[in-house]
Design a protein around this ligand. Structure first.
Ligand SMILES: CC(C)(COP(=O)(O)OP(=O)(O)OC[C@H]1O[C@@H](n2cnc3c(N)ncnc32)[C@H](O)[C@@H]1OP(=O)(O)O)[C@@H](O)C(=O)NCCC(=O)NCCS
Length: 161
């Protein structure tokens, strides 16, 4: 059973653990693999960001954020980012967070959602976002330096809300 709620300051240790484990792998996000806890939490828990955690019976297994993709006249378009703890991946937490995120973004008044940088080799993410109604609206050639595959494309994915 996965429950999702807004993140609190007391969740920062768990969020950092997941963030660090995902980013250290270097195959899904362009963040530097050695990004510090301080920089990571400044980004993930910023006042302009809506931060959520997904919990199973015992612990936090995932976290996601919603924010405006652009300021001002672009601020009706949401952007989001998701991380599931490597040990908890493939068990439905990502889908639960994705569905929750769409509902929350609508509730917050956003009219569409855009992912700016989905690494094309990230098969589970691309498959999940397609299942949740996103289309690939653009491909940025060789935009990501994958640790084992070298330069691979990144997708811009979008759906109206
Ligand atoms: C991508 C991520 C958020 C997905 O979350 P998850 O909990 O691992 O995924 P789920 O168990 O919810 O599975 C999601 C769906 O993808 C499908 N899927 C998984 N791997 C797949 C693959 N290689 N090909 C096709 N479908 C796949 C699953 O079958 C599932 O479909 P269903 O819900 O219809 O059964 C998670 O793996 C993660 O945090 N990865 C590292 C960070 C990351 O990539 N973030 C997203 C950046 S865009």
């Amino acid at each position: 059973m996965i429950t999702i709620r807004r993140a609190e300051r007391s969740d920062e240790d768990a969020i950092w653990e997941i963030f660090h484990a995902v980013v250290e792998r270097g195959d899904t996000y362009a963040f530097p693999s050695d990004m510090s806890r301080r920089d990571a939490l400044a980004l993930w828990m910023a006042p302009t960001v809506h931060t959520y955690v997904a919990c199973d019976e015992t612990s936090i297994v995932g976290t996601y954020i919603i924010r405006a993709n652009q300021p001002g006249r672009g601020s009706h378009v949401a952007n989001a980012a998701f991380m599931v703890a490597p040990s908890a991946q493939g068990r439905g937490a990502g889908r639960r967070m994705g569905e929750h995120c769409l509902a929350e973004a609508r509730r917050l008044g956003f009219t569409s959602m855009q992912f700016n940088f989905v690494v094309s080799t990230n098969e589970s993410a691309v498959a999940l976002w397609k299942k949740l109604g996103f289309d690939i609206i653009g491909t940025v050639p060789a935009a990501f330096n994958h640790p084992t595959r070298g330069l691979v494309d990144a997708y811009v994915m979008y759906r109206p809300l």
